[in-house]
Each structure stands twice: as C-alpha cells, then as structure tokens.
Design a protein around this ligand. Structure first.
Ligand code: HEC
Length: 158
C-alpha cells in the first residue's frame, strides 16, 4: 500500500514540474502542457569548449541568410520551451534577450549549457526561476551564431 502511494506521487511529478515552470504565466489554457521529462530525456550531456571574447563577430546590418537559418533552428529545437515574446514557457521568453545578455554569454548558454549552469551565476539564477535544466541541444558554433542573428532580428535590429 505504502509503495503504491509513492508510485502515484511520482506519476504526478511531471505535472507538478510543468505547473511550476517559470511561474506558468505565459501558458495559455488551450495549449497542451509541455512534458518536460519527455523533452529533456535522452539528451547526451557533452561539454563543449568555452567560447572566449573574439570567437564571435556581429554583422551590421543583420545577415539575412543567418536570420533564416536561425529561425529554422529555433522552430525545430527551441520553440517547445522558448517563446519569442517576453512570456516564459519552460525557459525565459526571448524578447530582448540580446539586450540583457552579451552575445558571447548567449553563445555559451547554447553550446555549453552544462558549464554555464555549473559556474555562471546568471545562468544559475535562471535555473532557480525555471526549475528545469535546459538540455544541451547539440548545436555547433555556426548554428549557435545563426540563432543569435535570429534573436537580434526578433529584438528589432536591422
Ligand atoms: C526543454 C526545454 C528547453 C529547450 C528545448 C531549449 N531551452 Fe533554452 N532554456 C531552457 C531553460 C529552462 C532555461 C533557463 C536556464 C535553466 O533553467 O537551465 C533556458 C535558457 C536559455 C537561454 C538564456 C535566456 C535568458 O533569458 O538569458 C538561452 C539563450 C537559451 N535557453 C537558448 C536556447 C536555444 C538556442 C535553444 C534551441 C537550440 C533552447 N534554448 C532550447 C529550456 C530549454
């Protein structure tokens, strides 16, 4: 009997996690709840190399080819947890992310998320807020750079 009770509690865990994620503000009721465990499972944890100052150059004006490539990556690998507005889903909304973060920080968050969650205070604050570790999406540098271009576009840069 006792064991059964514990099992039932365990089954509720994903539901509770979804409810807790980032305050739930951005989630509309007519949407299917995100199953975080499903999204986060089977992701190999690979540490990349930390990117340093000088590993990224920003183009001005925006490189439209990169914006499009970044959008495709977003739709495939990020959209399930990040909105393009300020609203949080599983992770923070992306609106103005390029204004509150340095591009290098974002690049490391994308390609080295485990390292960032272990050692970067800002990333750790986000984890406290969202209660879910962002899984490594296995993007290479070039892909991460394309996502940055898409984020800049989303933040109104030309
Ligand atoms: C399974 C959900 C999930 C997926 C998929 C996901 N993220 Fe995240 N992301 C998070 C969470 C949660 C955080 C907050 C940090 C934490 O708790 O680990 C975050 C934080 C971030 C941040 C920092 C945001 C800020 O406000 O500073 C960036 C940048 C980011 N993710 C980029 C990406 C990119 C790029 C992709 C797709 C290639 C992606 N994420 C896919 C869950 C996800």
């Amino acid at each position: 009997m006792k064991l059964n009770g514990a099992m039932n509690n365990l089954k509720l865990l994903p539901v509770i996690l979804v409810l807790l994620s980032c305050g739930n503000e951005g989630v509309k009721t007519d949407e299917k709840p995100v199953d975080i465990q499903e999204l986060a499972k089977n992701q190999p944890e690979v540490h990349g190399t930390e990117l340093k100052e000088g590993d990224i150059t920003l183009s001005n004006p925006l490189d439209t080819t990169m914006v499009h490539a970044g959008k495709a990556i977003y739709e495939l690998k990020c959209q399930s947890c990040h909105r393009l507005t300020e609203d949080k889903l599983v992770g923070p909304g992306w609106k103005n992310v390029t204004k509150r973060r340095q591009p290098l920080w974002i690049m490391n968050m994308i390609t080295n998320v485990e390292m960032m969650l272990e050692s970067d205070p800002e990333a750790q604050k986000l984890l406290e807020l969202c209660l879910v570790r962002m899984p490594n999406q296995n993007l290479n540098r070039e892909e991460a750079r394309q996502v940055i271009e898409f984020m800049r576009n989303n933040d109104g840069e030309k």
